[in-house]
Design a protein around this ligand. Sequence first.
Ligand code: UFG
Length: 325
Amino acid sequence: MNVLLTGGAGYIGSHVARVLAAAGHRCVAYDSLVKGHRQAVAGELVVADVADGQALRQALRRHAIEVVIHLAAFIEAGESVAQPGKYFQNNVLGAWTLLEAMRDCGVSKIVFSSTAAVYGQPSRLPIEEADALAPVNPYGASKVCVEYMLRAYAEAHGIGCVSLRYFNVAGADPAGDIGEAHEPETHLVPRVLQVALGAAAAVEIFGDDYDTPDGTCIRDYIHVTDLAAAHVLALGAIRASQVRVYNLGNGEGFSVKQVIQTCRQATGHPIPAKVAPRRAGDPLRLVASSAKAAAELSWRPKFPDLATIVEHAWAWHRNHPRGYA
Ligand code: UFG
């Protein structure tokens, strides 16, 4: 299929592009390069913003796009608490602009990058797709807004959508030439590995007084290549006028301290850690049930264990200590 991949120069986007190409799809990346990296794109790239409806229409028509995979968004939960407007504008208005452009151009299929943050602080684990949506930060709220918008467009205009709710994405393509490179970096695994590279003296643990076994927050980590593979499977699951939703995680929770320990083992570096205040908008525990993705998409993660995820991340960071710079 001809696929327009918004956010295609980003961390997840570059991995999705690679898996799409390997599966025989034609992928056109669409990225403003505000956060993305030109060097992460192997194929075609349109440099434009998702807020630019005209550029979107042009890209959809020029490349005879049949389906859009929409990843372009701001993604930092902590930042979204301080700057909610930035998140609602980029994430919600961006998705609305895209949907209107798709309607104008007769493109009726979309895969949407959603998030575990839509659940907020879940009342039970593992989280299933039908569980309550109750985001605890504006980032999660912006993604909930888009999911509601997609439902309305599905019903009114026949758009078919698969919404993938990512848990904590980490790791890098095993080939070692693409990986995570955010500026500034806020995510746990790369921040811990930066200490092993000597870029920081110690990693901060944002709160060790949570109601968890070791006092630190628990997340479900998923390898970026496994996550990318789910997008290709999702293409075959799109049905007109439906929004299908799938969690993508490995079903196992790891605390911040456990992640740091796994990084120490992978790097052989002592990685000093110090406790810092809690970060605003952090849910305590997020663990996925991905049974629905396994059953309906036949999704089978290849790299489910945290040690492998960290090993691949470490291979990337060790060989690219300055990211794509
Ligand atoms: N953390 C630290 N120190 C750091 C960085 C993070 O203690 O230097 C902690 C955070 O407080 C949190 C955990 O590590 O408890 C994970 O934090 P990340 O920033 O790596 O990831 P988040 O869980 O905040 O969010 C990520 C993505 C979101 C996605 C979410 C899904 O950024 O887009 O996972 O669970 F929605």
